[in-house]
Write a protein that binds this ligand. Structure first.
Ligand code: ADP
Length: 303
């Protein structure tokens, strides 16, 4: 099915949480783009106004560390979202055994992630589904967060595709306890899991179910004491659990610097109200102490 004149459709790139993604050329700019097809079905009055308003707002979210939503249009029962094309993603970098990530490289990736997050959080936009394959990497090494705001617009992915559990690994404790109201802290928790994964080169908390996910979190960080997270007991899915002591982060990440561990410990705070914000994290001494973050263009990437 041909697209509106502006785009020349190319190869399929894959299928993601919301639908198929393919490569295309934007004839208006000559730019290579990635178009995400999202099935919305036949709606009485087209795409609803709330969705349109939100899409307009996402188009205005412009930052060097946010993937740009270039265009959005409905076509044959699908909403098409046009994004800038990106070469690879952080998951590919973490998985590539030929890539060595230095402390400065890790700092650079974490800093770019937090810069993107901080920008969106200031505009009250949450990501809600951060994971390494949502952190795309461009031809000049720049990391950009993809799929911002989509979880809220099109529903939580885990409810649509129950077989897709990997995002579970990055899920904040308040979400696992069933919190209906949550804030930017959910993205900071996910960023902490990604930070940890960069240090370990494997997922830090790979749970198999929501219960197992909480178990993995508790086994690593210790069960939260009521004084640490007093609102916890009021959350819908809260269950009493047996006390588990945490492990010192130093023993979990023996290769990390003291500054890295201090920041990590502030991102992995149970109470979302006490968790460090993305902006505060950027001001942490981890980013001002040596070594300085690697220039994006010099970061190691898969071939
Ligand atoms: P998921 O929902 O699982 O994160 P996506 O829908 O984002 O997956 O992406 C599906 C596939 O399309 C993936 O293989 C991803 O690498 C590719 N893709 C998504 N966005 C882009 C982009 N902007 N540039 C290049 N490839 C992309």
């Amino acid at each position: 099915d041909p697209l509106p004149d502006r785009y020349i459709k190319g190869a399929a790139l894959g299928t993601g949480t919301y639908g198929r993604v393919f490569k295309a050329v934007d004839t208006k700019t000559g730019q290579t783009v990635a178009i995400k097809k999202i099935h919305i079905g036949k709606q009485k009055d087209g795409v609803n106004f709330t969705a349109l308003r939100e899409i307009k707002m996402l188009k205005e979210l412009k930052h060097p560390n946010i993937i740009e939503l270039i265009d959005a249009f409905p076509h044959k029962g699908n909403l098409h979202l046009v994004f800038e094309f990106m070469e690879t993603d952080l998951e590919a970098v973490i998985r590539d055994r030929n890539i060595v990530l230095s402390p400065a490289d890790i700092k650079s990736y974490v800093q770019m992630t937090l810069k993107g997050l901080s920008f969106c959080h200031k505009k009250w936009v949450l990501h809600r589904d951060m994971k390494p394959n949502n952190l795309l990497i461009g031809s000049r090494g720049q990391l950009k967060l993809a799929d911002f705001g989509l979880a809220r617009l099109f529903g939580s992915p885990d409810r649509r595709f129950t077989h897709q559990v990997f995002a579970l690994w990055y899920r904040a404790p308040e979400l696992l306890f069933g919190a209906k109201q949550y804030g930017p802290g959910v993205d900071v928790w996910a960023a902490a899991c990604i930070f940890a994964e960069l240090l370990l080169r494997r997922p830090f908390l790979p749970g198999h179910s929501e219960m197992d996910q909480l178990g993995k979190i508790f086994a690593a960080l210790g069960t939260p004491k009521p004084a640490q997270y007093s609102d916890m007991v009021y959350l819908p899915d809260y269950v009493e659990y047996q006390y588990v002591p945490g492990q010192p982060l130093q023993s979990l990440f023996p290769m990390a610097s003291a500054d890295a561990l201090d920041l990590l410990s502030k991102m992995f705070v149970y109470d979302p109200k006490a968790r460090i914000s993305a902006q505060q994290a950027l001001e942490h001494r981890y980013f001002s102490s040596g070594p300085p973050p690697t220039e994006p263009a010099l970061l190691p990437r898969p071939p």
